[in-house]
Design a protein around this ligand. Structure first.
Ligand code: ZN
Length: 489
């Protein structure tokens, strides 16, 4: 553990949310009588339970793993602020842009890598020192933000306004994060925070996509991917990480439309292969509506790589796009065992038919797809069609920090919108381990542990059903904005 970093960083808002949202369940108010049949019990429960009680039930339920989780997008804004300040213990100090002094009136437009006019861009001290006096005057140290500035900073990293959608997400969030993205200690601590929170939600596995390239020291000197991996490895050995009971494996991602994406793919294969104790897979990310990243572009490179490497798995974003196309089919041809999103698979019936009861899993991200406008409402989402025609699916969180949500929220949305049964909840939880890239021995052990936990949970339904409603459940902003789960008594 790093000096000066408490295991559970919390902001004032976070504490308030924890304290207010979830009172202890009223002794069995809407909880059906005990039953030996969890399917029947859950149907009766859904018919009677309030949204709060349903959430408490889903929070407590054992849930397997999260297979689609971008670490940099998984950081709740309040955590991010605290993590950034805590980095002073590691020699990093951050500044954020809070005003424009019109220092570069004809500078880069909004689409450059570092758009001049964007507020709340974060830079580390070494970069701040290199600015001229005019631009330095636009920045404040993070620890000196007043209340209004801090609220703006926190909001700048999440999609919480109706007008914020896909463009805001893809074109401003990572740009604003700036140097904070390239601090390996922030990433390592954020990983452990996620493990803690997911552990309390009943997860036992996390397979995060995490960066290893471009990381820098406080002086601005580059760190190699292997040095970054070593920082992650060491952090995961710390007591607070081990205490979560959550096993972790990592993926590295390439930006699919980058001009040098093939070279990145080769370098990432080599990196994962050499760091296979912790890193298991390569992913491809980035806007799929940028045709420069079309899936079959990578077929020759992957065929070349497969001649040499035997220990690198592939999960690839595909079908996260509005138009019907064959991206999911083409991505399976690339050798992917899992498909991220798969929203437009519904428009490719031949591939859908082949995926029924098949070996490939679609990682479903319900909240992401709504907030990024890939569906206008859940009536358009193909998830129930996949689930109920036997296409393997699991629920995952994608960029939960930017949605201000957690995995229980994904289950809550799925139950509310698609009337999931107990058997379907169990299937989704098992799939999230069965289709993981964890080593076989770990996977077998986790699946056995999940079955035991689910049996224990079902046994409680047969004895003391009110006890399964989690008293420590807590949620974030998404459910407040979209399901009015915020003004609880
Ligand atoms: Zn994703």
């Amino acid at each position: 553990m790093l000096p000066g970093i408490s295991p559970r960083l919390s902001s004032g808002l976070w504490i308030v949310v924890c304290a207010l949202l979830f009172p202890a369940p009223q002794s069995g108010a809407a909880v059906p009588a005990a039953s030996n049949n969890p399917n029947e019990w859950f149907e009766a429960f859904k018919a009677e339970a309030t949204d709060e009680e349903l959430y408490q039930f889903l929070y407590a339920m054992p849930k397997g793993g999260d297979l689609h989780n971008h670490l940099s997008g998984s950081i709740i804004s309040e955590w991010f602020y605290d993590l950034a300040l805590a980095q002073q213990a590691n020699g990093y100090r951050y500044f954020t842009r809070v005003r424009s002094n019109n220092c570069r009136p004809y500078g880069e437009n909004a689409f450059s890598d570092s758009p001049y006019l964007m507020m709340f861009v974060n830079i580390q001290e070494s970069r701040y020192r290199a600015l001229d006096a005019c631009e330095q005057g636009e920045y404040l140290p993070l620890e000196e933000l007043d209340e209004v500035q801090k609220a703006g900073w926190l909001d700048s990293l999440r999609l919480d306004k109706p007008h914020e959608g896909r463009d805001e997400f893809f074109q401003t969030h990572w740009q604003r994060m700036g140097d904070l993205y390239f601090n390996p200690y922030v990433a390592a601590d954020a990983l452990v925070l996620n493990m803690q929170e997911f552990g309390s939600e009943g997860l036992m596995y996390l397979e995060s996509m995490i960066g290893v390239n471009g990381f820098i020291t406080p002086e601005g000197k580059g760190l190699t991917p292997d040095e970054v991996a070593q920082i992650y490895r060491a952090r995961l050995q710390d007591d607070d990480a081990q205490a979560t009971g959550v096993s972790v494996r990592l993926q590295v991602a390439i930006l699919r439309f980058h001009p040098d994406a093939e070279e990145h793919l080769k370098a990432h294969y080599d990196f994962v292969s050499r760091n296979n104790d912790l890193f298991v897979a390569v992913n491809m990310v980035g806007r799929e509506d940028d045709d420069k990243g079309y899936p079959l572009r990578f077929l020759p490179t992957l065929r070349e790589l497969r001649r040499e490497y035997h220990n690198v798995r592939l999960s690839i974003h595909a079908g996260e796009v509005d138009e019907p196309n064959s991206h999911v089919r083409d991505t399976l041809l690339l050798g992917a065992d899992r498909i991220g999103h798969g929203v437009n698979l519904i428009g490719d019936p031949e591939t859908m038919r082949l995926m029924r009861h098949g070996p490939y899993l679609v990682e479903i991200n319900l909240i992401s797809n709504l907030l990024l406008d890939y569906v206008d409402d859940y009536g358009q989402h193909p998830f129930p069609e996949y689930l109920r025609t036997g296409i393997p699916v699991a629920l995952s969180t994608d960029d939960r920090g930017m949605w201000d949500s957690n995995l229980t929220d994904e289950f809550f949305v799925a139950v509310k919108e698609f009337n999931l049964s107990w058997q379907e909840l169990v299937l989704l939880s098992r799939n999230s381990l069965q289709y993981s890239f964890a080593p076989e021995a770990l996977k077998t052990q986790m699946l056995q542990r999940l079955d035991i936990r689910l049996e224990d949970f079902a046994r409680q339904l047969a004895t003391r059903p009110a006890a399964v409603l989690a008293e420590d459940a807590h949620s974030y902003g998404f459910l407040c904005d979209h399901y009015e789960l915020c003004n609880w008594p």
